[in-house]
Design a protein around this ligand. Structure first.
Ligand code: PRP
Length: 187
């Protein structure tokens, strides 16, 4: 049976195996960095859920999780630049070590907004783990502490990343191809 999830995906950019292996490396780095600190890991809904759950299952230290939902893209492939909080954290982060988990940084507007917002709540410290970034560490317009993969400036989908709500359930990261997308898919 053909895989209907693939319609509109021109090629695989990062395979399941590459994701698994890099996420295990990131988990080991975080375990070493936060060994005795009981950090709060904050996932940015919706896209980062896939990365967060895979990452923390590879981590061996005690931790808590919480989530925020923000939206900047709507159904477009370009950021609107206007970030809205749709769901806030369920508890205070004051005095805690915070790890923010993002699936992708493109313009950096979403993450910049989040970091400023969370920093104003007085955490002990705040670090950022990004699975996919279009920017190398040190060149990004916003704080990145750990990056899974630096990717080219293409619109990517899968492993949590969507276009108009679709493609999140692909197990790999692929390049979205609007020309190949099919109007007769549901949704
Ligand atoms: C996506 C992604 C990041 C943001 C990155 O979120 O999850 O949060 O865009 O783009 P930027 O660096 O240009 O700001 P989106 O608003 O599409 O919500 P989603 O996570 O529910 O897909």
């Amino acid at each position: 049976m053909t895989d209907a999830r693939m319609v509109g995906v021109s090629r695989v950019l990062i395979s399941e195996e590459e994701l698994r292996s890099r996420i295990a490396e990131l988990a080991a780095e975080l375990d070493a960095e936060y060994r005795n600190d009981f950090p709060i890991v904050i996932g940015v809904l919706n896209g980062a859920v896939f990365f967060l759950t895979d990452l923390i299952r590879e981590m061996k230290i005690p931790l808590e999780i919480d989530f925020m939902a923000v939206s900047s893209y709507g159904d477009s492939t370009r950021s609107s630049g206007v970030v809205q909080i749709i769901k806030d954290l369920s508890k205070s982060i004051e005095g805690r070590r915070v790890i923010v988990i993002e699936d992708i940084v493109d313009s950096g507007l979403t993450l910049k907004y989040l970091i400023d917002n969370l920093a104003s709540r007085n955490p002990a410290d705040l670090r950022v783990v990004v699975l996919l970034s279009k920017w190398a560490i040190g060149q990004a317009p916003v704080q990145h502490d750990h990056v899974g993969f630096v990717i080219p400036d293409e619109f990517v989908v899968g492993y949590g990343l969507d276009f108009a709500g679709r493609y999140r359930n692909l197990p790999f990261v692929g390049v979205y191809d609007p020309k190949a997308d099919s109007a007769d898919l549901p949704g």
